[in-house]
Each structure stands twice: as structure tokens, then as C-alpha cells.
Design a protein around this ligand. Structure first.
Ligand code: INI
Length: 167
């Protein structure tokens, strides 16, 4: 039991494990701030391989910026063949409101596509004040959000497999 908790014997649990068996995962990466997103991608690929996914079952699609992530995610989810998608990007706060527009559109868009299509999409878009904060979260002192996001995608794909089928 994670964390040592015990539930009643009658409780059914679906764990959504991190071990991938026969999972196909699509990764969508933004070119904007590529010096960061390349590191997120590298972390994501490493994590997917560590979960047991061979390279032949991973596809990477590049989009211009975080704003295009939901569009590509929608296209890929509707095209079928993916157990989960991973969306990677980096939005760095500038002097204008544009930061909020791009960050909000990416987050809400990705969530909407996941709910609409039923394909789990993990959200790995950094929204940070400066490049230092981004570097720290892209393989630096604070870990790699790309890796965390890839693991989340595997867990969600496994959870959706474990849950009872839809009516
Ligand atoms: N795209 C990002 O991924 N990160 C940013 O920080 C960013 N800023 O700040 O502008 C950004 N803009 C581009 C946007 O995502 C689209 O690619 C562009 O507007 C074309 O549709």
C-alpha cells in the first residue's frame, strides 16, 4: 500500500502503475524556448524507456510553440494508436500579458482535448518567470518536469486500462 495506508478489505483500488507493457506514447514538444524543451524531451524519453517502453513505441512530434500543443494533441488523439500523449513546452514570463494567454490556452486546451477524446495527455509545460527557473526544472536542481510528465502519462494510460470498460 503506498505510504503504508490500509483501506477496508472491500475497497477496490486501481493503481495506475509506472511499468509500461505494450504502451505507445506520443510526445509533443514545442520549439519555442527549445534550449529548455529539448531538455524536457530528453528527460521524458529517458523516463519512458525506464518505464519499459521501447523506442519503436515512442513518437515525437514538434510544434512551433505551446499554443499549438492542443492542436497537435487533438490531431494525434483523434488519429488513434496512442495510449497516452505527453505535451512539453516552456512559457517564460515577458513584459506583456502574452505569457498568460499562451500559458492558459496551452493548459486549458490540453485538458479539453484529453477530456474530449478520452486519451490521457500529461501536461509538461513550464510556466516560469525567467530562464533560471526553467533550467532548474529541466534537468537542473529541481529535477526534470519532462520526466515527471512522462511518468504521469504512463500511469494514466495504465489506469485507463485497469478501470472497467465504458458502457
Ligand atoms: N510559445 C511558447 O511555447 N512559449 C513562450 O514563452 C511563448 N511566448 O512567450 O510568446 C510562446 N509563444 C508562441 C506561441 O506559442 C505560438 O507558437 C505563436 O503565437 C504562433 O501561433
Amino acid at each position: 500500500m503506498p505510504g503504508g495506508y490500509t483501506w477496508g478489505a472491500m475497497v477496490t483500488e486501481f493503481q495506475g502503475s509506472r511499468e509500461a507493457e505494450n504502451l505507445r506514447v506520443g510526445v509533443i514538444a514545442s520549439r519555442f524556448n527549445e534550449f529548455i524543451t529539448a531538455r524536457l524531451l530528453s528527460g521524458a524519453l529517458e523516463a519512458l524507456r525506464a518505464c519499459g517502453i521501447p523506442d519503436k513505441d515512442i513518437v515525437v512530434a514538434w510544434v512551433p510553440g505551446a499554443l499549438e500543443l492542443p492542436q497537435a494533441a487533438s490531431r494525434m488523439a483523434k488519429g488513434g494508436g496512442w495510449d497516452a500523449l505527453v505535451a512539453l513546452g516552456c512559457v517564460i514570463r515577458g513584459e506583456t500579458y502574452h505569457f498568460n494567454v499562451v500559458a492558459d490556452c496551452a493548459a486549458q486546451g490540453i485538458n479539453a482535448v484529453a477530456r474530449e477524446t478520452g486519451v490521457p495527455i500529461a501536461f509538461g509545460v513550464l510556466t516560469v518567470d525567467n530562464a533560471e527557473q526553467a533550467v532548474a526544472r529541466a534537468g537542473g536542481a529541481l529535477g526534470n518536469r519532462g520526466a515527471d510528465t512522462a511518468e504521469a502519462a504512463v500511469q494514466m494510460a495504465n489506469l485507463f486500462r485497469e478501470l472497467p470498460p465504458l458502457p
